[in-house]
Design a binder for this molecule. Structure first.
Ligand SMILES: C[S@@+](CC[C@H](N)C(=O)[O-])C[C@H]1O[C@@H](n2cnc3c(N)ncnc32)[C@H](O)[C@@H]1O
Length: 235
């Protein structure tokens, strides 16, 4: 099977890590689990054992065909090929070893989606960005993630647990939904960070609004950035 780099196809090869991801997801028989990226299906049957229903999507048709024949005897599994970020399905728990190039998109999409909690595997550097506390390291995605979720590091995963071996190590995170965000708010937070050297007064002036605050974006707390974004969005 050809592994396609552009789809982030580094498959987990450790059954014990797969088991611990599924156990950390705290799935009950009332839950609908959404798995983004079926891959070779290391997590999929384990999720089905715990859940009422599992919807597993992979952008790679070949992988879905493969999973359909492997898991034809599992009756609470729905396999779909396509872009998982375009799903209209509702779910209570999200589980994914994310394709790393789509991590930012995944966090923004999850911030807009209504669900209870999830377990995700991300590149170590991306996890550090999400959890960055100092304003220098903080990015728009750190503020979005902090507003949308409570995030806990569950464990570190070395690169040798994947085939083919990627260049980077990974981290497993628990994400618990705190606030539902909309597209406009997410877009505005990203916009604010494109002006990070400017003061609040100057940012708002540019948008025909007023403020007496002379602090720069880097000097604002996460909550202050959310408030500023909401002020910008006010009609
Ligand atoms: C890091 S692999 C993980 C696969 C498997 N869950 C595992 O743990 O080994 C990421 C998977 O996501 C799939 N993928 C990439 N972009 C996607 C998208 N937009 N929607 C659904 N699946 C996607 C890739 O084809 C790949 O199978």
């Amino acid at each position: 099977m050809i592994k396609r780099k552009r789809f982030g196809q580094h498959f987990l090869n450790s059954n014990s890590i797969a088991k611990s991801i599924v156990s950390e997801a705290k799935i009950t028989k009332n839950d609908v689990v959404f798995e983004l990226g079926t891959g070779l299906g290391i997590l999929t049957p384990l999720l089905c054992e715990k859940a009422n229903k599992v919807i597993s999507v992979d952008v790679d048709k070949q992988l879905i065909e493969n999973a359909k024949s492997l898991f034809s005897n599992i009756d609470n599994l729905v396999l779909k090929s396509g872009d998982g970020f375009k799903t209209k399905d509702s779910f209570s728990i999200f589980v994914s070893n994310l394709p790393y190039s789509k991590s930012k998109k995944a966090i923004e999409w999850l911030a807009e989606s209504s669900f209870s909690h999830g377990v995700i595997m991300v590149q170590k550097e991306f996890a550090e960005k999400l959890l960055a506390k100092s304003s220098k390291k903080r990015k728009a995605i750190s503020v979005i993630a902090d507003h949308a979720f409570e995030i806990k590091i569950l464990s570190n995963v070395g690169k040798n647990n994947f085939s083919p071996v990627p260049k980077v190590d990974s981290v497993i995170l628990e994400i618990i939904k705190k606030n539902l965000m909309n597209k406009d708010l997410i877009h505005t937070i990203n916009k604010i960070f494109s002006y990070r050297r400017k003061t609040v007064r100057n940012i708002l002036k540019q948008l025909n609004k007023e403020s007496v605050i002379d602090k720069r974006v880097d000097d604002l707390s996460g909550d202050e950035i959310i408030n500023l974004a909401n002020q910008i969005l006010e009609k």
